[in-house]
Design a protein around this ligand. Structure first.
Ligand code: MN
Length: 491
């Protein structure tokens, strides 16, 4: 389902105390607010005004409906007037959808001449929202609180951002991941408790035989390959004459896509250690599938595959790009430190600065024929890298702010897509923080999402979140992680 098809239900709290006229005004304004929010470019999903709630039953009913409705990705509440919170308890304790408290006010300014007690009783979000906030705190509900004027662009941006996280939660809760082969032998960080992950994040992670993929590949027709080759030719520059090698990648892509679609999977992982019956490690095949929104993880890393799919859906409609990534090698010149991210082959062309080139080169790892791959440089700009690790008994998400740069050298003999970035206040400190927090070598890199999106997502899913940024101090981080360890054991 596309982002714009998801709905967020706008539920406005009130009570009978004020009389019908006030309630009618509140309802009319709430409808107007929903409709104006829908006209904003910052709001990626549909806002649907549902009810001005005055009773426990109205609230419980709308929440029961929200829980059942597949299009509903979350609820947004606001109290134009005062809404006694005990009548919200029954509904809130049964709420299963993401929840945002929009602490706003219909009017921006206090009207000096006009303000009287009628005005005060109609426009009392300032104390209505406090009563409302108390009960969600008292119930220990995961909640997003956004305060500010509802027409303010920054408020809309943040509300839209939270919507993206809430849609990420909906995608997560129905996500299926297809694994071809197991995790790379002996690797620890790509492992994880799939039962725990399904309970917490909803992912169904299962394996399919590589032999089944090979059978599917053998059934791909020449005309299917022709039409995918035409798509490659339209989107990429052919920097090779070895058409047969590229056609083999197309065959792999078509077969993988058929298996994914048949099972309803939006992400997949594979490994160079299990390519039995395949001539090439999928290169363009995986890259082009990622550009279409499928998640991918190398070396059997199903966690990063799933997060790639989720973050791609969260960033739908934005133009920066989101990809599977790996910290590969460092440039540690004094005062001039960079990380070079890449992978054996599989970086998504959505992050390319220029038109990617299709090239064929040997691949030392995996003992297969030279694979075709897309080669390009990543674009410049602020981005994040995100890693999900299993700490034993719980999941931790680590998010680091980075700044991607035009690579400071050409690297003409490097035959893979690459992204170069720096970290504030310095790469060395960033590396120390990342390693302290147990971040993996595989990440999802996104130019479109920020730490706020990912924090919102982690809060909704009930997992630990660690944000590494320019203000991160190792001593404080160690202390935070030490305390988190105790806290998460108690939960
Ligand atoms: Mn890797």
């Amino acid at each position: 389902m596309s982002l714009k098809n998801y709905e967020f239900w706008f539920v406005v709290g009130s009570q009978f105390l004020y009389g019908d006229e006030v309630l009618e005004t509140v309802a009319k304004r709430a409808e107007e607010m929903a409709s104006e929010l829908n006209n904003s470019e910052k709001i990626p999903c549909k806002v649907v005004y549902k009810v001005t709630a005055k009773t426990q039953k109205e609230i419980s009913d709308v929440i029961a409906d929200a829980n059942r409705d597949e299009k509903c990705a979350g609820i947004i509440t606001w109290c134009h007037t005062f809404s006694p919170s005990k009548m919200w308890i029954n509904g809130f304790v049964s709420l299963q959808k993401p929840y945002c408290h929009l602490a706003t006010q219909y009017n921006a300014e206090i009207p000096n001449e006009e303000i009287d007690m009628d005005f005060m009783n109609l426009n009392q979000a300032a104390h209505g929202d406090r009563e409302h906030g108390f009960i969600t705190a008292r119930l220990r509900m995961p909640r997003k609180i956004i305060a500010g004027y509802w027409k303010d662009e920054n408020v809309r941006e943040r509300l839209g951002g939270w919507m993206r996280a809430a849609v990420g939660a909906a995608v997560s809760r129905s996500l299926k991941v297809m694994r071809f082969g197991d995790n790379m032998r002996e690797v620890a960080v790509t492992e994880g408790d799939k039962v725990e992950v399904q309970a917490k994040l909803g992912w169904q992670v299962n394996t399919w035989p590589v032999g089944e993929l090979v059978a599917e590949m053998n059934a791909v027709t020449d005309s299917e390959i022709d039409s995918l080759m035409a798509e490659y030719a339209q989107q990429y520059d052919f920097a090779t004459d070895d058409t047969e090698t590229v056609r083999y990648q197309a065959r792999e892509e078509i077969a993988i896509k058929k298996m994914l679609d048949k099972e309803g999977c939006k992400a997949f992982s594979n490994t160079f250690q299990d390519l039995v019956g395949m001539k090439q490690l999928p290169g363009i095949a995986s890259q082009h599938l990622m550009s279409k929104g499928y998640g991918y993880g190398g070396e059997g890393d199903w966690k990063v595959a799933a997060m790639t799919a989720i973050m791609k859906e969260m960033s739908e409609g934005l133009s920066g790009g989101t990809t599977f990534m790996e910290d590969y090698t460092y440039h540690l010149a004094p005062q001039n430190e960079y990380s070079l991210g890449a992978h054996m082959l599989e970086v998504c062309p959505s992050v390319a600065a220029d038109k990617p080139r299709i090239e064929v080169h040997p691949l030392g790892i995996g003992n297969r024929e030279d694979p075709a791959r897309l080669v390009f440089e990543g674009r410049e700009g602020k981005a994040i890298v995100v890693s999900l690790v299993d700490m034993g008994g719980r999941l931790r998400m680590i998010c680091q702010d980075i700044e991607c740069v035009k690579p400071i050298m050409d690297m003409p003999n490097l035959p893979v897509a690459r992204v170069m970035w720096k970290v504030e206040p310095s790469l060395s400190e960033g590396i120390e923080a990342w390693i302290t927090a147990a971040g993996a070598h595989h990440t999802v890199l996104s130019y479109d999402l920020t730490a706020e999106h990912m924090r919102d997502f982690a809060r909704i899913m009930g997992i630990e979140f660690v944000h590494l940024n320019k203000d991160t101090k190792i001593e404080k981080l160690e202390q935070e992680l030490f305390i988190s360890d105790l806290v998460w054991k108690l939960r």
